[in-house]
Design a protein around this ligand. Structure first.
Ligand code: DGT
Ligand code: CA
Ligand code: CA
Length: 362
């Protein structure tokens, strides 16, 4: 059956979040860094804005090398704050989830979505929906993203990467082969440098060449499973479904407080309903949590978090409430009045895993 599938990927994500929080960064190269702490410049660049990329700066590059590439231009070197990006990610995913048939989060800044039912397999409707997604994310979170729409995941993923930043690329069923043909094989999800090199050595560098490569040749190189995948993908065929993984990696809730406040009791009181709600969700999904994070957003929109990893996973409401209270108290120790507050449970695990784990250890 025909489907319409999309892939959404936020542009220069960590660096863009830093720009949202401090718009004065926009005209400068912004480098989000993982400092290893040994010397002032030891560590790597996690990501950078497009201004920095003009200087040849890339993810994973040593900070010292990035500094040299900037060649005297004043860049902003910002410490990576994963918790903060998670908060933005959660909110973007919520926006998308509410507007599609199925959402499958595939990373902190990307997700597949299925809109077959919503659009009645109509590409014009899917295009309008993708535009609406982009506009809503921009309006509510001030973030741009790039979206690809196509007949399946493989095509949608390549399409979202086709025009960046702030792109929208729609590839209809009957256009898929022509769209993919001129692109290099490395664009196919799962084809890393090693696979690409092996293909190259067999004289296959474009997707068009891969699409007509003899099956035996691919099987010799990669075995049956990968060979079939490569053959299908290069022909624009992919049967992988978009599956909601139940947000099984985390559950979160944010609220805006009635008044900006520094009062722990007040904040906890207002957080109780969402806390009960998130706990109910946890129990209904048969999940345990191991990590709990409290989040505070101040008047200046800066985000502050405190988190704790428990010795053993639990689904006990009283433990949850106690930990949230303690984490919030620690958080309030360091910041002023909160405007918004929230909680996130992560490292979620199945009751089943839990059971087998206890059986195993006892
Ligand atoms: P894009 O999508 O090309 O506009 O740029 P990004 O930065 O969104 O790149 P993407 O989607 O591949 O990665 C999403 C985030 O993951 C990115 O903002 C930072 C992080 N990340 C990506 N590559 C690396 C890496 O090599 N090291 C570290 N520490 N983080 C990375
Ligand atoms: Ca991205
Ligand atoms: Ca990504």
């Amino acid at each position: 059956m025909s489907r319409i599938v999309g892939h959404l990927d936020l542009d220069y994500f960590y660096a863009q979040v830093e720009e949202v929080e401090d718009p004065s960064l926009k005209d400068r190269p912004v480098l989000v860094c993982v400092f290893s702490g040994r010397t002032e410049v030891s560590g790597v660049v996690s990501t950078s804005n497009y201004k920095a990329r003009e200087y040849g700066i890339k993810s994973g590059m040593p900070i010292a090398l990035a500094k040299r590439r900037l060649d005297g231009v004043e860049g902003a070197f910002i410490r990576m704050d994963h918790e903060k990006y998670e908060v933005y990610s959660d909110r973007v995913m919520e926006i998308v989830r509410g507007r599609v048939d199925v959402l499958e989060q595939a990373g902190i800044d990307e997700a597949f979505f299925d809109v077959t039912k919503k659009t009645g397999v109509d590409y014009a409707a899917a295009t309008a929906l993708a535009q609406e997604l982009k506009a809503t994310i921009l309006k509510e979170e001030k973030l741009t993203c790039s979206v690809g729409v196509g007949p399946n995941k493989v095509v949608a993923k390549i399409a979202s990467d086709f025009k960046k930043p702030d792109g929208l690329t729609v590839v209809r069923d009957d256009e898929a082969r022509a769209f993919l043909s001129p692109l290099s094989v490395g664009r196919i999800y799962g084809v890393g440098p090693k696979t690409a090199k092996l293909l190259q050595e067999s004289g296959i560098s474009t997707i068009a060449e891969l699409a007509v490569a003899p099956a035996e040749r691919l099987e010799d190189l990669f075995g049956n499973k990968l060979a079939v995948y490569l053959h299908d993908a290069s022909n624009g065929v992919d049967g992988e479904l978009v599956v909601d993984r139940g947000g099984a990696s985390q559950l979160s809730r944010m609220i805006t407080l009635k008044h900006d406040t520094h009062d722990l009791d007040q904040i906890v009181a207002e957080l109780l309903p969402p806390l009960k709600d998130v706990h109910e969700k946890l129990v209904s999904k048969d999940l345990f949590f191991r990590n709990v994070t409290t989040i505070g957003i101040l008047k200046d929109l800066s985000i502050h978090t405190r988190s704790k990893t428990l010795e053993t996973p639990t689904n006990d409401y009283f433990v949850l409430e106690r930990e949230v209270r303690e984490l919030l108290a620690a958080l309030l120790h360091e910041v002023g009045d909160l405007r918004r507050a929230g909680v996130r449970l992560s490292e979620l695990q199945d009751m089943v895993d839990q059971r087998s784990l206890t059986e195993f250890t006892s």
